[in-house]
Design a protein around this ligand. Structure first.
Ligand code: ZN
Length: 239
């Protein structure tokens, strides 16, 4: 039955994503394995909407959903033509009676759910756009590091890690720690005071380059879009 797909899907994905979250949090030390598992969890979240979509496209026998309060009451059903309007026939609930009033709130709440979903998703997508714009401004304000010693180390690390292209490297007063921004032409941003003399500088740069090699910016963006679209899903908050 169509309505069972979301119910089992949500329960199942909460279990799977929860297990992945616990593994990543407490059991796994390897960054590569944690990253792979995280992607599996993210994909799992999309399996539920995909299942609902596929199920919805398949021809199914008509399904009757028995909602206790959604059916129209006798008071709302127009009388068949020819019925005498004198009131002598079918007994009707008066407009203000408890029976007539009880059918309203439940119906309205169910009808409002898609609106609530859309409103939450709009807020989430808006926040993503805001953060992307802010990141772009930070990159624009940053000072590109040309052929300096830091860039030389990044170039050497890029070759060692098997990256195809050397990313742009820029220094930004807005950055509090080294970070990568962008997908097609990623920029490695380092804070203003950061240099090769900084503690663990080379390891930090290698760590950021590994993010570029794994396309983590794109995966992170996909996770945020997932949360924006499935914000009501408990497991979406874990990826
Ligand atoms: Zn990192």
């Amino acid at each position: 039955m169509l309505t069972e797909v979301p119910a089992y899907g949500v329960g199942g994905t909460v279990l799977i994503v929860g297990a992945v979250w616990l593994l990543r949090r407490f059991a796994l030390k390897s960054a590569a394995l944690r990253s792979t598992l995280w992607r599996v969890a993210l994909l799992t979240l999309w399996l539920l909407p995909a299942a609902v979509l596929v199920r919805g496209l398949l021809p199914v026998e008509p399904v009757t959903i028995h909602l206790p309060i959604a059916a129209p009451t006798a008071a709302e059903t127009p009388p068949p033509p020819g019925t005498p309007q004198s009131g002598a026939g079918v007994p009707r609930a008066p407009a203000g009676s408890p029976m007539a009033a009880a059918s309203r709130p439940g119906t309205n709440l169910l009808g409002a759910l898609p609106l609530l979903w859309a409103a939450g998703s709009l807020v989430g997508l808006q926040l993503i756009l805001r953060d992307l714009a802010s990141g772009r401004r930070t990159v624009k304000r940053a000072t590109a590091l040309g052929e300096g010693p830091l860039f030389g180390v990044v170039t050497a690390l890029t070759q060692r890690l098997g990256l195809i292209r050397v990313p742009r490297v820029a220094q930004s007063p807005d950055a509090t720690m080294p970070a990568v921004f962008g997908m097609a032409r990623p920029v490695l941003l380092v804070p203003a005071g950061f240099g090769l003399a900084s503690p663990g500088a080379e390891a930090v740069l290698a760590h950021e380059l590994a993010h570029i090699r794994r396309h983590d910016f794109l995966v992170q963006l996909a996770a945020r879009i997932t949360l924006a679209l499935l914000w009501w899903h408990p497991a979406a908050w874990l990826v």
